[in-house]
Design a binder for this molecule. Sequence first.
Ligand code: ATP
Ligand code: MG
Length: 555
Amino acid sequence: MNKPESTPPAHFLRQIVQADLQSGKHTKIVTRFPPEPNGYLHIGHAKSICLNFGLAQESGGECHLRFDDTNPAKEEQEYIDAIKQDVEWLGFKWSGDIRYASDYFDQLHAWAIELIKAGKAYVCDLTPEQAREYRGNLTEPGKNSPFRDRSVEENLDLFARMTAGEFPDGAKALRAKIDMAAPNMNLRDPIMYRIRHAHHHQTGDKWCIYPSYDFTHGQSDAIELITHSICTLEFEDHRPLYEWFLDNLPVPAKPRQYEFARLNLNYTVTSKRKLKQLVDEGYVDGWDDPRMSTLSAFRRRGYTSASIREFCERIGVTRSDAVVDMGMLEFCIRDDLDNNAPRAMCVLRPLKVTITNYPEGQVENLSLPRHPKQDMGERMLPFSRELYIDQDDYMVDPPKGYKRLVPGGEVRLRGSYVIRADEAITDAEGNIVELLCSYDPDTLGKNPEGRKVKGVIHWVPAADSVECEVRLYDRLFNAANPDKGEEGGTFLDNINPDSLVVLKGCRAEPSLATATAEERFQFEREGYFCADSKDSRPGNLVFNRTVTLRDSWGQ
Ligand code: ATP
Ligand code: MG
């Protein structure tokens, strides 16, 4: 993969924005990111955030953060707080205060009354099932509702009574009077207001009717003087309706909607409904479980925001749907951490080693660079008689090409001496519990005399290393397209049973004892890891595997 050019590629939305600025159609562009606070943001949202905030940033414009909060039944303050945190973490700052579509409920209500007065909206008593029947389908036109020709007076009265709470949920709806035969189903007298006796996280109990997405979104854009209203392709068919409302209301501006292809990532799901199900049904340990595709999960897992922004830039912006390979996201984080994460050693499955010819009580403080290429200073590693290596780094019957420790063989301890395995001590069941080795004192920082030692393994001192827990995370799904379950199954059937392996009693080098929340490291030969932000603290270190050193998926 090549690095992107220093000037960002001119995808079609960048071209539109630049052309609008050049032609003088707009002197400044204003975009918005409009999440519904009904769940945590996921990696797909990152694409939209980078696009909306990015376009504004690179052209000296502004981007608003507006909560699209028209459905109080599914929305919560917890989600609002998490979304704000995620946007900031991604490195963006919204212009002005946080905005809410609910800030505009009074204005929207007044506009609804204007449409009624103009004979362009009516109160309809069809039940949701009846309304569906009347709507027709893609090949058949709909039929007019029997309530479509109510008088303006009657509609005004009924709408006032809906607003006052006289009717139960679903008993009536306010609909735009457009065209029941329109080929675009969105124009078949769409719903503007529903009755929903529900407490709203922003407006409390002020309202018992709530505007629909379609009646809210465009007008909110207009009120905020949004110039480019960017959304995903599934809203393309809503654009005529978006424009119908703007054309029929005295709005202060006419924003224009543009659509782009949503991000689909293989081996993962990006639907808040499914993510919520994983949380609610206990398949994962919360919205920020490091296996989730939410931004808070990626953060907790050790992803940097820079790697996610880089990923969003690399995938580009188009109008054709495609599936992006998870390997691309993993490439971005590996690339970042390879350059920026300090190195450390941690033995995941410790095997005790005693260096029999090393004097008892002697300690040598070895100094190792924190990074092979960047100047990050040094770390101290005390070398003495007892240490730990990984159980996998000693084998009695090694496969061909095994360059680690074998009976009678030699290996270099990273940053230290060459040792030779002399004897393995086993327990009653024959498990190897300790290795007795000898070291060559003449090999610190130089090759041994007269022989080649190929392998280098990681190690930690026994006495000064710190015990820790290591959580090996892997992809949550083991099917490239998790949504395609077995016949009659669901995405839940594709959960990877090995997506989390917890190792206890691991041994980390002393410099890791003070690791702080989300601090990232390359554990040499093991992968990239970070201190868990929830469970890790001095004395109880917990590290999460962000990503392995190399891509081994599909092999
Ligand atoms: P979900 O299907 O996960 O519930 P949503 O589209 O309903 O997502 P919103 O909170 O309404 O979620 O989305 C806020 C913005 O993020 C919208 O403009 C939406 O188009 C965009 N967005 C959502 N999912 C993606 C995605 N996978 N790729 C790119 N943009 C997305
Ligand atoms: Mg939505």
